[in-house]
Design a protein around this ligand. Structure first.
Ligand SMILES: Nc1ncnc2c1ncn2[C@@H]1O[C@H](COP(=O)(O)OP(=O)(O)OP(=O)(O)O)[C@@H](O)[C@H]1O
Length: 278
């Protein structure tokens, strides 16, 4: 399997800091994977995103993106392959209308106007915002703003999307919408997703989870394996999603739920099965 992101012995220390924010990180992320990056505040998650995008430069080690070693010579080329969705969409707008805003990145890369208009329409359709094309971004709700910010990023068709707490300001419906959009894009375009998050709904969506702790990788595991270590999760400040909490309560009450990690549907099926066997 092709690794689209690869870090080898990467260390980074901020100026004036007395210890590294990231300490000898080794991490491979396969193409098309959805990886959740979790950890307590200050564990190094945002620093990792900034290193991948070349905003920060590692003190030592090698970062490879899509087969290219990140360096001063390759940074501009590599940046085109990475789109970052930040937490606050208000900080991401540059255009007077939604359409202008989504077109901004395409103008910067010198795309022809006819192609650009098609691409903008495509990107707005992906996030279900076509009918807002001529509105000012400032008039939109938080969830709509975040969808426009995503359109601006996917218009550039990056291979990697980094979500840096990008659903944390949204209500549960808005959050669900954004995750669904990114999930569809992953299936349709084969993008790789790195989501920095505290939100368990987002973690459940991931193929694997990287746990950072004091600048080191504490573990990289599948979501299912991570849920096997429930106490660890609580220590990381992450609350289990409702389905897992319910499952745990049922197990503690002596109801024989077999698997330790379940989706909502999986748990419902298992309970139905148990009920049928009674
Ligand atoms: N500009 C900076 N200058 C000095 N130290 C910094 C700077 N930015 C972050 N740090 C430190 O680097 C470490 C990692 O920070 P980072 O922001 O990457 O963590 P994080 O896991 O993203 O945290 P959070 O969940 O709070 O966003 C922390 O100890 C933090 O205090």
């Amino acid at each position: 399997m092709k690794q689209i992101v690869s870090l080898k012995n990467v260390t980074f220390t901020y100026e004036n800091a007395n210890k590294p924010a990231l300490d000898n990180i080794n991490l491979d992320i396969p193409e098309r994977e959805w990886v959740a990056i979790v950890g307590l505040n200050g564990s190094g998650k945002s620093t990792l995103a900034k290193l991948l995008n070349g905003i920060l430069v590692a003190d030592s080690g090698v970062i490879e993106i899509d087969g290219e070693v990140l360096s001063e010579a390759t940074i501009w080329h590599i940046r085109k392959k990475i789109g970052i969705i930040f937490q606050n969409p208000d900080h991401q707008f540059v255009g007077a209308t939604v359409e202008d805003d989504v077109a901004f990145g395409l103008e910067n890369i010198g795309m022809k106007r006819s192609q650009m208009l098609k691409r903008v329409a495509w990107a707005l359709a992906q996030v279900h915002m076509q009918k807002f094309a001529h509105k000012s971004p400032q008039t939109l709700s938080g969830g709509q703003k975040q969808r426009v910010a995503i359109a601006g990023i996917i218009a550039l068709q990056p291979k990697i999307i980094i979500m840096d707490e990008s659903t944390s300001m949204l209500d549960p419906n808005g959050r669900h919408d954004i995750l669904k959009i990114i999930q569809d894009l992953q299936a349709q375009l084969g993008v790789t997703v790195l989501s920095i998050t505290h939100d368990m709904a987002e973690i459940v969506q991931a193929d694997s989870v990287v746990v950072l702790n004091h600048g080191k990788i504490q573990k990289k595991a599948t979501v299912a394996a991570l849920f096997d270590e429930l106490d660890d999760l609580q220590q990381m400040g992450l609350q289990l999603p409702f389905t897992q909490r319910l499952q745990r309560s049922l197990q503690l009450a002596g109801i024989p739920i077999v698997s330790r990690y379940q989706t909502k549907q999986g748990l419902a099926d298992e309970l139905w099965q148990l009920h049928s066997n009674m």
